[in-house]
Design a protein around this ligand. Structure first.
Ligand code: CP3
Length: 352
């Protein structure tokens, strides 16, 4: 297993969330929510009524405003850049759209060598509004609040490109992965450099840590993940070694060690894994992030409080803990409950 590089914790002026994600235990765990910027917020829905999703992702003012909305409302310890995993693909000319209620849809699925060769490198000019927004967001955040940059991991990006849209079975993706490993590796290598470069550009512009989303990697068993996917995620994360790196996928309970060993400093734990097991398995080597079930936020407060406390207790056993959900905020979530969870986590002080 490749040990993670943790060069970052020396700087005491880093925001708490960057310190925790780099692998240091803090008295109070910092907290943010995956998909905190989005449809759970009325102020987001009002803005999006006037702008299509991808238009918003290429408008510096809208990116800045939508990124800051949940920070102002919930007092979370980090902003996550408002963007989407398909933004760098759109930026290099892939014909795709984000369809409400469905997700990214690609006009011409990528399935041949010629399709792969058309995926060119990402340059700063391609994502100029994103990089401009990062500067503006840093200007609005307090010094103790972090800005998280992110990208989609090669496997998850490949699944959208090959299927042409969201999938539950990944049939075309797996047919190509098992049937033509050479083309598969060529595609994932292209995507790794695009994804990695996107992370690198965000860090250069001011992102203080990054998260690599391999949302659908849980569709793979461990040996296939190790042979066919992990080397490419490692390439992508290799572009961001100057900052802490969170690596997350849904349903990756079988893969936690490998998710960490891909070059992360912090392993994202989804809600299907007992946090104590996760800490036992990877918490000695990496920080952990997670893992409240997003659906639990619909339960009465005492049930939520009990689970939040249990996760914070379990997280104290790891090298560092970032409190989060085990996947994204569901659109119907009451935002006041999210605010209350932040207040609760911030009130829980323990020994560092
Ligand atoms: O607050 C944040 O977390 C930052 C913003 C963010 C978005 N997408 C905005 C968005 C992030 C980090 C993402 C990442 C993303 N996008 C992932 C990885 C995270 C995960 O959920 O596992 C994936 C798989 C995608 C692809 C994607 N984009 C999906 C599946 C969807 C949902 C489709 C739907 O309508 O239900 C999107 C659209 C999307 N991305 C929205 C937002 C706020 C909703 C768009 C809208 O307002 O209609």
């Amino acid at each position: 297993m490749t040990p993670p590089t943790l060069p970052i914790v020396r700087d005491e002026h880093q925001p708490a969330l960057a310190i925790a994600a780099a692998g240091r235990q803090l008295p109070t765990p910092p907290v943010w929510f995956m998909r905190q910027a989005g449809r759970s917020l009325p102020e987001y829905r009002a803005l999006r009524a006037e702008h299509a999703m991808l238009d918003a992702c290429f408008d510096a003012d809208l990116i800045t405003e939508i990124t800051m909305q949940p920070v102002r409302r919930h007092n979370v310890d980090a902003a996550i850049l408002f963007s989407d995993i398909v933004v760098p693909l759109k930026a290099i000319g892939v014909d795709l759209d984000i369809v409400p209620g469905r997700g990214p849809v690609v006009a011409a699925p990528v399935r041949t060598r010629a399709d792969v060769d058309r995926l060119r490198d990402l340059e700063a000019e391609d994502v100029a509004p994103v990089l401009e927004a990062i500067g503006a967001i840093r200007g609005q955040l307090r010094p103790d609040q972090a800005l998280i940059g992110f990208a989609g991991a090669p496997f998850t990006l490949a699944s959208y490109l090959i299927e042409g849209g969201p999938s539950r079975t990944y049939t075309h993706t797996k047919a190509l992965m098992y049937g033509d490993p050479e083309l598969w590796h060529a595609l994932l290598d292209r995507l790794a450099h695009i994804s990695g470069r996107y992370l690198e550009l965000q860090v250069a512009a001011g992102a203080q840590l990054v998260q690599l989303f391999d949302s659908w990697a849980g569709a793979l068993n461990r040996p296939d993940y190790v042979d066919l996917v992990q080397p490419h995620s490692r390439t992508a994360l290799g572009y961001a070694t100057s900052v802490p790196r969170i690596h997350f996928g849904v349903g990756t309970g079988e893969l936690l060690e490998e998710i960490g060993a891909a070059g992360a400093t912090c392993v994202g734990i989804d809600f299907r894994v007992d946090m104590r097991d996760a800490v036992r398995r990877v918490g000695g080597t990496y920080a952990v992030q997670g893992n409240l079930d997003p659906a639990l936020l619909f339960a009465p407060w005492p049930a939520i409080e009990q689970r939040v406390r249990a996760i914070v207790d379990a997280g104290r056993g790891a090298r560092g803990h970032v409190f989060n959900l085990g996947h994204g905020v569901l659109p119907e979530t009451d935002p006041d409950v999210l605010t209350r969870v932040v207040e609760l986590v911030h009130s829980l002080e323990g020994a560092a």
